[in-house]
Design a binder for this molecule. Structure first.
Ligand code: FES
Length: 305
């Protein structure tokens, strides 16, 4: 099936340039344009305006404007880099530039061995959590304009550095898996195509808990996790919260889950310092979720609730 727009039905010859203009400017015939056409034209107009603003910003900032990033370097496999140190990179600045943009520029233009993780570039995959100017942040979500120069970029604290800005996430993933991050309902829907329904109120309750992107920023900021390697940590406890508070969770599984989180290195270790909540790039109220699970653990043990 062709996805091309059919040519307009007219006797007049149509040149391509004007045809494009007509598509961007629907206002001539707003009355007759379909809602879909109007939406698409408005979207194109917004895109064109954003391009113009970006272009203006770039030009006004000029090629001369630069920022300096000071980046942690370490590579145990290369003799001259085996000793941890910092390298400075001066990068041309443009409006809207993020720390990740600066790192990519430094890697592509100055040193191809500079190593860091990234993927989605839109705060979704969680792979570029770093310690930037003394705080855990996502590099792709952090604007250079919000930071003082020089911008100091380090790997996440409290994790083993593999190379440059890459840390070993294995322990973090193990903690996440240890709370059984999956559903185990008591009953399945009767019909093959029936949904496992959840009320809007319950969905609202766990909404923030589902936003975790497994970046590890919270774990890295937690003093308790730094001193107790077995502590489940805020991300794993939040994951347990997300399932334990879901009304579709089976009773048996919920009991299991509460047993996991009330263990010696579970929720009771949290000292409500709120550092995890402060650095979470998805604004999950992690400390609150931990406190709520503490209450659930108490209720489960009192037995008369
Ligand atoms: Fe995916 Fe930043 S690159 S969260």
């Amino acid at each position: 099936m062709s996805t091309e727009t059919p040519p307009p039905e007219t006797d007049e010859p149509v040149d391509d340039e004007h045809a494009e203009d007509a598509a961007i400017e629907p206002s001539d015939d707003v009355e007759t344009a379909s809602p879909g056409e109007r939406r698409r034209a408005e979207k194109r107009a917004r895109g064109a305006q954003a391009d113009t603003e970006w272009q203006t910003g770039t030009e006004s900032s000029g090629d001369q404007e630069t920022r300096t990033i000071t980046v942690f370097r370490y590579d145990p496999e290369v003799e001259e880099k085996a000793s941890p140190h910092f390298d400075d990179f001066t990068v041309p600045y443009f409006k809207g530039m993020t720390v990740l943009d600066a790192l990519i520029y430094a890697r592509d233009e100055y040193d191809s061995s500079l190593t860091f993780r990234h993927s989605c570039r839109q705060a979704v995959c969680g792979s570029d959590a770093l310690f930037i100017n003394g705080r855990q942040r996502l590099a792709c979500k952090t604007q250079l304009s919000a930071l003082d120069d020089p911008v100091r970029v380090e790997p996440l604290p409290h994790a083993d550095v593999v190379k440059d800005l890459v840390v070993d996430m294995e322990h973090f993933y193990d903690q996440m898996k240890s709370v059984d991050p999956f559903f185990d309902p008591d009953d399945l829907p009767k019909g093959e195509l029936e949904e496992q329904k959840q009320s809007p109120e319950n969905r609202e309750k766990i909404k923030m808990g589902t936003r975790c992107i497994w970046c590890g920023a919270c774990m890295s900021s937690c003093n308790i996790a730094a001193g107790d390697n077995e502590y489940l940590g805020p991300a794993a406890i939040n994951m347990a919260y997300r399932f334990a508070m879901d009304e579709r969770e089976g009773e048996i599984k919920k009991e299991d889950r509460i047993r996991i989180i009330e263990q010696e290195h579970g929720v009771w270790r949290c000292q409500t310092q709120f550092s995890c909540t402060e650095v979470c790039p998805k604004d999950i109220p992690l400390t609150e979720h931990i406190q709520e699970l503490k209450r659930e653990a108490v209720k489960a043990n009192l037995k008369f609730w």
